[in-house]
Design a protein around this ligand. Structure first.
Ligand SMILES: C[S@@+](CC[C@H](N)C(=O)[O-])C[C@H]1O[C@@H](n2cnc3c(N)ncnc32)[C@H](O)[C@@H]1O
Length: 198
């Protein structure tokens, strides 16, 4: 029988999960990476049945995808990330986390066909173009024009998705969600919202 080398609380304690990342990644975790409890709750909405295929737009170091994949092993979680160093760290994190139902893609989300996904997780990835504090780094261009381009691109892709598509936003801007999506659940204490395409 395979025995795991992961600490017992690995998937339940953010400090333990984050402790495997380099210092600079750990220090910005509270602001930039999804807490494990939020990931579990979001994934339970996004993957209501085995075989669900979910995309995390802007997957960072992979925290949402890996936690979601652990708690919902019969669904598939893909993450697309524009920063190569974060993508590399996500691959390493996936290897130590022993989850196989995850795929990380290096690139811009605009390069993917969003139609192939049943659900989308979105942790306010484009806000870095608007908010000039606590940015991850200076390796990408930031501009309000880029924010508008990404927000419109995602809005159009969401409009074109089929009835029943599930979307979860964490710390999101409500104006980014197009008409046709109904908020069906909300965690009052946390900025977590569940949406359904009508
Ligand atoms: C707030 S972090 C969330 C990370 C991850 N989803 C999580 O919850 O742990 C947002 C991430 O989106 C990425 N990002 C922003 N715009 C992107 C784009 N157009 N395409 C791909 N990734 C993007 C950023 O590099 C950053 O790593």
């Amino acid at each position: 029988m395979k025995s795991s080398l992961l600490p017992l609380d690995y998937y339940h304690n953010d400090t333990i999960f984050d402790s495997f990342f380099p210092d600079r990644i750990r220090k910005i975790s509270r602001i930039h990476w999804t807490p494990l409890g939020i990931a579990k709750k979001a994934a339970s909405f996004l993957a209501p049945a085995p075989g669900s295929k979910i995309l995390d737009i802007g997957s960072g170091v992979g925290k949402f995808c890996i936690a979601a994949a652990h708690f919902f092993p019969e669904s598939e979680f893909h993450g697309v990330e524009q920063r190569k160093d974060l993508f590399d760290l996500a691959i390493k994190a996936q290897q130590r986390s022993e989850v196989s139902n995850v795929l990380f893609i290096h690139g811009n989300f605009t390069q993917l066909n969003l139609d192939t996904y049943d659900g989308i997780y979105f942790y306010n990835a484009f806000a870095e173009n608007l908010i000039n504090v606590a940015r991850i780094d200076d390796s990408v261009d930031y501009s309000t024009g880029l924010y508008t381009y990404y927000a419109n691109y995602l809005g159009n892709a969401l409009v074109n998705k089929s009835r029943g598509t599930r979307l979860v936003t964490y710390h999101g801007y409500e104006h980014e969600i197009p008409k046709g999506y109904e908020m069906v659940e909300q965690d009052e204490a946390k900025p977590l919202k569940m949406w359904l395409r009508k």
